[in-house]
Design a protein. Structure first.
Length: 276
């Protein structure tokens, strides 16, 4: 991997949802144990730390109003996929999260986004779609249907590459892979089928390969602006390797949200090209 890192990151615009109603009340991924309970006040403090970090890095953060009865709404990444100001809406796999799809789409319409698409197929937004400059990487296997990949490709006008997830702990693409720059990714190979591992190797021979230990603390659920990487504090060895490549690493404590299977990226939906 080359050593050079983008010198000055372009300010990003993120959408976030305060975990006002956060809870683990049902189980839709292996991380969620309703019997274990959550400390909501602590989740809110950790989330505020993440939001404040983005602001201190010069990024803009918009917030969507949390809705009572939707305890997973804090995971804004699942709310949509936005590319070139075009908003491909989410359609959740589980009944528990289904109302979040229209709620997020309403936010976009009210915020002035005119190009929005109500999806026909099940897809969980940036949880399973990650945009690079020329392509969108997309996962199927646990949540998002492969037909949604084609639907998104047609709506966004960007080629979408289908990847197959294979380990239920890494049920969304953003738990197994993150984008460092427009041609550079980090991922945990074991989260993918052997065919998709071959595809990733062919497309990104210089990718940073994470270990199972990195992945098991949701270290790949990270957010990068080209220079800064916001990453789970427990992902120590991955952080070390990112620093060696020249990235500025910002460890964040989000273990309370990890009880629902989410980390920094899950809480963060990137808004690309905001209408004025
Ligand atoms: N409990 C949530 C779910 O299973 C967590 C979602 C995490 N979001 C993400 N982008 N991976 O749907």
């Amino acid at each position: 991997m080359a050593q050079s890192v983008t010198p000055a990151p372009v300010p990003r615009h993120y959408l976030m949802c305060r975990p006002t109603h956060f809870a683990v009340e049902y189980t839709i991924n292996p991380w969620m144990d309703p019997a274990a309970g959550v400390d909501r006040a602590r989740a809110i403090r950790q989330w505020e730390g993440l939001r404040d970090l983005y602001l201190s890095l010069g990024h803009r953060v918009s917030e969507i109003e949390p809705i009572d009865g939707l305890p997973d709404m804090v995971f804004a990444a699942n709310g949509a996929l936005v590319v070139d100001g075009r908003v491909y809406g989410a359609r959740f796999a589980s009944a528990e999260r289904t109302p979040e799809g229209p709620a997020y789409l309403d936010w976009f319409r009210e915020a002035g986004y005119t190009e929005t698409h109500e999806p026909k197929y099940v897809n969980e937004g940036e949880g399973d779609f990650l945009a690079l400059d020329d392509v969108v990487l997309a996962a199927t296997g646990f949540r998002t249907e492969a037909a949604a990949h084609q639907e998104a490709e047609r709506f966004l006008g960007r080629p979408v590459i289908t990847l197959q997830l294979a380990d239920p702990r890494f049920y969304h693409l953003d738990t197994a892979l993150f984008v460092l720059s427009d041609d550079r990714i980090a991922y945990y190979p074991g989260a993918f089928s052997t065919g998709s591992q071959r595809v990733l190797r062919a497309l990104y021979p210089d990718a940073l390969l994470a270990t199972e230990e990195d992945a098991a603390v949701l270290g790949l659920n990270a957010v990068c602006d080209g220079r800064n990487v916001v990453i789970a504090a427990e992902a120590v060895s991955l952080a070390h390797r990112l620093r060696a490549l020249g990235y500025t690493v910002h460890p964040v404590e989000l273990d309370e949200l990890r009880r629902a299977g989410g980390g920094a990226k899950c809480c963060t939906l990137e808004l690309r090209d905001v209408p004025v």
